[in-house]
Design a protein around this ligand. Structure first.
Ligand code: NDP
Length: 330
């Protein structure tokens, strides 16, 4: 059926400025790591992307290797762009990344200029785009000089293939170094994409401070800890869940009795706040004004609807924060 975008899509979403840039991002962004690949069902992920756009989500996050198979999420997103969103490209912030293994041989991985330039060309072809809005280096490369990787990002912006650049999975120290190089090149870093959730809090120990000092936005990934921070695993591992899938990155072994106990306690607190656990987990990430947007995944439109309601209450009392810290303590 022909897609007609919801005319009221910008009325309820909150938009936050990304660091010290001119860009604002929707407080919730959609990631296409799982559930949008060649192994997935188009009518389902099409409904998720339509709902996201209809709800005011402007930012869609991809990478060269998302699938499986690698590349298929970009190909599928390209089809949706053509079929549903051709008239809306300028309302979207679309990102891609390179940094993990994408093709065989020494030029299909890590952080050389050769890899980054070739990879973005491939991503653009898969998505049918002239440019991406944000291009990331996906993970730090211990062997390639930082100057080379950053000059590759700068080159891609100068070539018009990316409007902004970002870093992902970089430590606080490497982010500070990379940001200095990028500023000298004239292509400041727009945004950093780290793993962050109630279960993974390393960015509180320095990275967030660096981002604030450097004027860089922050888009935490896996804010629901891949689904652990929801009520779905409370009664076991349901069929179709990420932990049940062979290609899912969440492994059953990660759902230990200790983790389950924490989830149960957090769920109780969420209910007392009149939120689902997913909503509370996202609100908890968004409570910090240094966070630009929370980068979620969804395997069904209903999950996205549930998660979006996090925006109704992102305030926490000091008592609630204390209880959460107590629950999360090892
Ligand atoms: P989340 O932590 O949000 O996990 C998403 C999963 O949680 C869904 O697939 C679904 O699992 C479950 N879920 C989501 N909403 C609900 C809900 N309301 N109720 C119950 N269950 C729910 O994020 P992801 O791990 O998917 O990562 C998000 C994005 O971050 C990725 O798509 C990607 O863009 C980015 N990313 C970046 C990385 C990097 O290195 N830069 C690494 C990883 C991710 P189920 O499938 O079981 O239903």
């Amino acid at each position: 059926m022909t897609y007609l975008a919801n005319p009221a899509r910008y009325e309820t979403m909150e938009y936050r400025r990304c660091g010290k840039s001119g860009i604002k991002l929707s407080a919730v962004s959609l990631g296409l790591w799982h559930n949008f690949g060649g192994v997935d069902v188009m009518e389902n992920y099409r409904a998720i992307v339509r709902l996201a756009f209809d709800s005011g989500i402007t930012h869609f996050d991809l990478a060269n290797n998302y699938g499986p198979p690698p590349g298929s999420a970009e190909e599928n997103f390209g089809i949706l762009l053509k079929k549903d969103f051709a008239a809306h490209r300028d309302e979207m912030i679309i990102s891609s990344k390179a940094g993990y293994t994408m093709w065989q041989g020494p030029y299909g991985d890590w952080g050389s200029k050769k890899y980054l330039v070739a990879s973005l060309d491939q991503s653009l072809k898969r998505m049918g785009l002239d440019y991406v809005d944000i291009f990331y280096h996906h993970r730090p490369d211990p062997e390639t000089p930082l100057e080379e990787t950053m000059s590759a990002l700068d080159l891609l912006v100068r070539q018009g293939k990316a409007l902004y650049v970002g870093l992902s999975n970089y430590s606080a120290e490497d982010t500070a170094k990379a940001s200095k190089i990028l500023k000298e090149l004239g292509t400041p870093c727009l945004i950093h994409q780290p793993k962050y959730s109630m279960f993974v809090r390393w960015i509180e120990d320095g990275l967030l401070d660096v981002l604030e000092q450097e004027g860089i936005g922050c888009i935490p990934f896996s804010p629901l800890a891949q689904g652990l921070l929801t009520n779905k695993y409370l009664g076991g591992v349901p069929d179709g869940s990420r932990a049940s899938k062979a290609h899912g990155f969440l492994k059953k072994e990660m759902i230990t009795p200790e983790v389950l106990l924490k989830i149960q306690q957090l769920n109780k607190l969420a209910l007392a706040r009149e939120q689902t656990l997913a909503q509370m987990a996202l609100a908890w990430v968004l409570k910090d004004k240094r966070i630009t947007t929370v980068l979620i995944g969804a395997s069904r439109p209903e999950q996205l609807s549930d998660s979006l309601l996090c925006l109704k209450n992102t305030a926490f009392s000091s008592e609630e924060l204390g209880t959460i810290n107590e629950i999360l303590r090892d």
